[in-house]
Design a protein around this ligand. Structure first.
Ligand code: SDX
Length: 443
């Protein structure tokens, strides 16, 4: 009977090693250290830049099958949640591990809504940003600042403190995001209206003008709520890795969340939805699509919104977003950029460059087109990603804090620098041999 082990023969020594295979396809990298050529040898390490084939944790939260295009939150298919759930219920599922009954859902909704206000000083902090500051930078700064308003958050091993900070962050993210938007627009901040739904209140804080009570359009309110469901978690993506890695130092969850927002800000990650719309606006017409595809295939540019580290099939979220666009356009009118996006997708999915690299549309390819149709400026698009993702980050952080196998994240390296050398006084020191740039640039 085949054993669940890997037999490694070190040809340098002829020694054999039996390495257990766990969970069906995992070996513990630490077991490579026993493979040595002598007693004082450090032993073998695995080298995996960007962790393309390295599991950093065991998690029960989100399951992705990249080849089949499957995404499940706590076992529930994303398609069923998008169809039947709402964002707050999905956030409960991610964080608690089960869908709530009516009583627990109402308590959860109440607990989140009692934390939608922010300290008045946050307004002054927000006012300190320039008028043209990117709202992701404002979000990054204000979330980090929240750690100074809630010093109790440092008690990360107190379950009640973790529960309180989790409620605060989910409750306050829309408020901080809306304040950043209102600051950009030079408009007064709008206080939360807890009579409205989570997403309806967010729309009110964004778009309320002189009317006594903002009435969100139900189609747009539901569309945004579904988009929040789709963006809530995605296992060990770049920003979740930042949340876990920074959180592993036992810093408070606001500081760890600020690090996650910083990671999400990048155009290869959560900033991609903004980059997609900028790309589509630059393309400007369907007629230019063949030229753009040619540039992409020549390696001159990325096709933003395409490709994924895990999905080697169509991102299941992109399919839902694409359908959602039509419902939104019924209310807002069609965003003409959708025609360029559809043509890009049509051509790409039949071109070997994309097919051979398994490059399909990801969640960001169509989401920005919807946000733009709903009246959001492009700089707000990554902020709309961050709001729902905070529940995923918090679910992952809570899991990490309670995982007995986890400790401070501190990777190894492969040193390829200089060997030992000694200091030479400056008057006897020649020009640095391998530095090509002239002195003026070096200074
Ligand atoms: C998100 O990880 C997550 O789960 C993230 C996310 C989440 O919910 O958290 O799903 C959200 O971030 C979605 C991704 C949004 N980013 C973009 O749309 C930016 C464009 N996409 C690429 O930058 C890229 O596809 C990544 C970053 C998403 C994935 O990069 P990988 O896995 O490192 O793949 P790679 O760069 O090694 O690419 C493999 C090949 C390369 O070509 P060759 O060197 O083999 O010739 O595919 C090419 C790449 O050049 N390629 C692309 C491309 N993506 C990959 N070529 C053109 N356009 C692209 N978009």
């Amino acid at each position: 009977m085949a054993s669940n082990t890997l037999t490694i023969i070190d040809n340098r020594t002829g020694k054999r090693y039996e390495i257990p295979i766990e969970e069906g396809n995992v070996i513990r990298a630490s077991l490579l250290r026993q493979i040595k050529t002598s007693e004082d040898d450090f032993g073998l390490m695995s080298y995996d830049p960007a962790f393309t084939n390295t599991a950093s944790c065991k998690s029960k939260i989100t399951y992705i099958d990249g080849e089949k295009g499957i995404l499940r939150y706590r076992g529930y298919p994303i398609e069923e949640l998008a169809e039947n759930s709402n964002y707050l219920e999905t956030a409960y599922l991610l964080i608690k591990g089960e869908l709530p009954d009516i009583e627990r859902y109402k308590a959860w909704e109440h607990n989140i809504k009692t934390h939608t206000m922010v300290h008045e000083n946050i307004k002054r902090l927000m006012d300190g940003f320039r008028y043209d500051a990117h709202p992701m930078g404002m979000l990054l700064g204000t979330i980090g600042a929240l750690s100074t308003f809630y010093p109790d958050a440092a008690n990360i091993f107190d379950p009640e403190s973790r529960r309180l900070q989790t409620r605060r962050l989910i409750g306050k993210l829309p408020t901080l995001a809306a304040y950043a938007y209102r600051h950009m627009r030079g408009l007064p901040y709008v206080y939360p209206d807890n009579d409205l739904s989570y997403t309806g209140n967010f729309l009110s804080m964004l778009f309320k003008m002189t009317e006594v009570k903002y009435k969100p359009n139900p189609v747009l309110e539901r569309a945004l709520d579904v988009l929040f469901i789709l963006h809530a978690d995605h296992e060990q993506n770049c920003s979740t890795n930042a949340m876990r890695s920074v959180g592993s130092s036992h810093v408070d969850p606001y500081s760890a969340t600020a690090a996650a927002v910083a990671a999400l800000y990048g155009p290869l990650h959560g900033g991609a939805n903004e980059a997609v719309v900028r790309m589509l606006m630059e393309i400007g017409s369907i007629k230019r699509v063949p030229e753009i595809i040619k540039q992409v295939k020549a390696g001159e540019r990325l096709l933003y919104g395409f490709g994924h580290r895990v999905y080697k099939n169509y991102d299941p979220r992109a399919k839902i977003v694409r359908r959602l666009a039509n419902e939104v356009f019924e209310v807002t009118g069609k965003n003409p950029l959708i025609d360029i996006a559809l043509e890009l997708e049509r051509i790409a999915l039949q071109d070997d460059y994309f097919v051979s690299r398994k490059l399909y549309p990801n969640v960001d390819f169509y989401s920005g087109i919807i946000y733009q149709a709903m009246g959001f400026p492009m700089v707000m698009f990554p902020v709309l990603f961050a709001i729902p993702r905070v529940s995923g980050w918090l679910a992952q952080w809570n899991e990490m804090v309670q995982d007995p196998e986890q400790k401070i994240a501190r990777p190894r390296q492969v040193y390829i620098g200089e060997g030992l050398r000694h200091y030479v006084p400056i008057e006897r020191r020649p020009a640095p041999a391998h530095l090509e740039e002239p002195v003026s640039e070096a200074i």
